[in-house]
Design a protein around this ligand. Structure first.
Ligand SMILES: C[S@@+](CC[C@H](N)C(=O)[O-])C[C@H]1O[C@@H](n2cnc3c(N)ncnc32)[C@H](O)[C@@H]1O
Length: 296
């Protein structure tokens, strides 16, 4: 299997912003940015916010959350977050040796579950995972957790900064599995991220997305929506001391396409999705989409 050029990267690198301006991401700009403007609650799909600003705002949100992100997400989901990610990885049925690109991978939790799966289910020690994320703070947390593990020693895990809409360091047709978990709702141009996914996945390779869904079940749907809009910001304030970040999360999840429509976007990008195109986890609290890039 050809070596992915990006897998050589073990340190957090510089990023190209959508505007094409390199930005030194080793020095998080949270202080400067928070001095410049008040936190914006939701930016991902707003046409009035310039692209560069969207990335900065997103970066600021995750800089603030990085060290507490996984703990708070675990508490908010009553521990289901880890269950969903593990289930998502199992649904991939990855073959031994496969190289996974974990886009918007944050602290690398999907990558971790993936390597655990390969070790335990396939008894494989050749597979690898590369985590790409916009935010240096999230990547640093992931890197420090992986420090000293056999995965790090064997160079099976690596981290780099990058934008899902423009994966400049990832070669065409070079990835066995493209995974993205709770990342798509942050991305302003879903079509760009999907066409980048299609570009980097090998023919016959996999597109795997786990994303918050829309619950259509009577009673549970409206109750959950109410809790997202009203309860989540309050709990986010209590647990993470960051109400705006959780207001933004609620709004961007609400604005994200329904699973039916998102499955159609994945198909429009060129991937094949079996059946209805998605699997609901817990009535649609999360939705898994597992597709294939057609072989040439
Ligand atoms: C909700 S967290 C999910 C992290 C991880 N995938 C998980 O499931 O735990 C969303 C992540 O998306 C990243 N992100 C947002 N916009 C991005 C973009 N355009 N490209 C790459 N990463 C992005 C954020 O920095 C953040 O780490």
């Amino acid at each position: 299997m050809a070596k992915l050029p990006l897998l050589a990267a073990t340190a957090v690198r510089r990023i190209n912003t959508a505007a094409g301006k390199p930005k030194d991401t080793q020095t998080p700009g949270a202080t400067t940015m928070s001095q410049r403007r008040p936190p914006a609650p939701n930016v991902a799909y707003s046409d009035s916010v310039p692209m560069e600003d969207k990335e900065e705002i997103m970066d600021e949100v995750y800089d603030r959350l990085a060290t507490k992100y996984d703990r708070v997400t675990g508490m908010l989901s009553f521990g289901m977050n880890a269950v969903w990610k593990r289930r998502f990885v199992h649904r991939m049925q990855a073959p031994p040796g496969a190289r996974l690109l974990d886009v918007a991978g944050g602290t690398g939790e999907v990558a971790k579950h993936y390597l655990e799966y390969q070790d335990k289910v396939n008894g494989d020690h050749q597979s690898s995972a590369h985590v790409v994320d916009l935010n240096a703070g999230m990547l640093r947390v992931g890197q420090s957790r992986m420090a000293g593990t056999s995965w790090e020693r064997d160079r099976r895990i690596s981290f780099a900064q990058g934008n899902a809409e423009d994966l400049v360091d990832v070669a065409d047709n070079s990835v066995d599995i493209y995974a993205i978990s709770a990342g798509m709702h942050n991305i302003p141009h879903l079509d760009k991220a999907l066409s980048e996914a299609f570009r980097v996945v090998k023919p016959g390779g996999m597109y795997a997305c786990l994303e918050y869904g829309h619950i259509d079940t009577p009673v549970l749907g409206p109750v959950t929506r109410w809790l997202w809009d009203n309860g989540l910001p309050v709990v986010g304030q209590v647990l993470a001391r960051d109400r705006p970040a959780y207001e933004r999360l609620a709004r961007s999840v609400r604005a994200f396409p329904h699973q039916r429509d998102f499955a159609n976007l994945i198909r429009a990008a060129g991937f094949q999705l079996p059946g209805v195109g998605y699997e609901l986890f817990e009535w649609g609290m999360m939705v898994a989409y597992i597709g294939t890039k057609p072989s040439a």
